[in-house]
Design a protein around this ligand. Sequence first.
Ligand code: SF4
Length: 478
Amino acid sequence: MPRPDGDPAGDRMHEACGVIGIFGPGEEVARLAFFGLYALQHRGQESAGIATADGHRIGLYSDMGLVSQVFSEDDLAGLTGHMAIGHTRYSTTGSSCVENAQPICIESDLGPIAIAHNGNLVNTSYLAERLEERGDTPLTTTDSEIIGRLCATAPGRDWVERIRHTMPFVKGAYSMVMMSPRQLIAIRDPYGIRPLCLGRLGKSWIVASESCALDTIGAELLREIQRGEILIIDEGGPRSCHIDDPDARAALCIFEYIYFARPDSVIDDTLVYLARERMGATLAQEHPVEADLVMPVPDSATPAAVGYARASGLPYREGLIKNRYIGRTFIQPDQRLRESGVKLKFNPLPDVLNGKRVVVVDDSIVRGTTTPSTVALLRRAGAREVHMRVTSPPMVNSCYLGIDTARREELIAANMDIPSICRHIGADSLGYLSLHGLIESIGLPGDRFCQACFNGDYPMPVQLDLDKLVLEGARRAR
Ligand code: SF4
């Protein structure tokens, strides 16, 4: 059955969240946060929220839906102050409901603090138990609130001391922003799994999940927030300290380059668009085929298809047109519409495809539930041969670090060899980019990345049976 997010068969990996933080005296910070979140919408479409602070108090507004649906002019006008943090969510721990929308605001003896988190913890149950030992109970079922409450109840005279005390116990992926009435604090886990960068807009400081958010509001990208860095910004300017974790190694999620990040974002000095073009070019070298044209599964595979076409000398054409305005809808199609399958999302161009041998470039095959419909759609539109080319290696392991992939038993490449997958999707041939080719294409050393969904080498111990509703389950058991 089609998912309510417009993905016809639920065969996409889903990003965890986007965050933004602004320290901007004299700026309309809520409006800047709104447009920053608008640029980060691809990272999560379930809920959105903005909190602002004016030196004394924190205001907060959040709701279910897209950024453009959640906020009205009146909502933004009510969010005053010189600092803001914002969040757009796809749930990876805790269900999708308004109570779990972020930012979350927590009261403490130091006053309130708001938190917005991208990532997923791997020791949530342990942390929830530690919190209970302190006599505190979270109001939501997100790992993000647990981090906030642990910080709020930790020893220390100020927020920085409490955060430094807490974070060594917190294991997993977190790129997050916290805000007290006087300070903006950005924190990235010691592995640097999710991206987080720092920018400047006039005298304002901006922290964002991706640099495309900085571009959108006219800010200049300064640098990445380093892995393990705690960046504090207040009236004294920015200053940093670090989380102690001698066991940590660099482990940026390699899928940020393949699919999650926007192509106009720069991560570690590498423009994602160009990395994807190079992936397509390498794919053409590794898996050449005689064909008449190269086309992408739009939009995420478009740069790679351009790279494949250029390297192979084949013409680039668009054979599928994507409904660009598809978003979350809770209206389910009836049986007849369901049978039309991926036409809800893609419409083919028979005049381009008829009688042609087609190379189709996609960024990943997760469960293998959508690709057969896409191949069938191209054949019905007249394609004579369909050759699938994928800009990632076969995905054989689930992600526990902030990406909603699928359980391992649902991953098609964990259960079938490549010839079997090719038969299952109905293609004439199938070629995956090698892991070596992927890393070469990005152009950064391989030891900077988490590649666990391809090679099983998780950067930290993970609980393989972990479910995103872990905290709901624990609550029900009590
Ligand atoms: Fe990214 Fe895969 Fe690692 Fe998850 S397991 S962080 S999706 S590379």
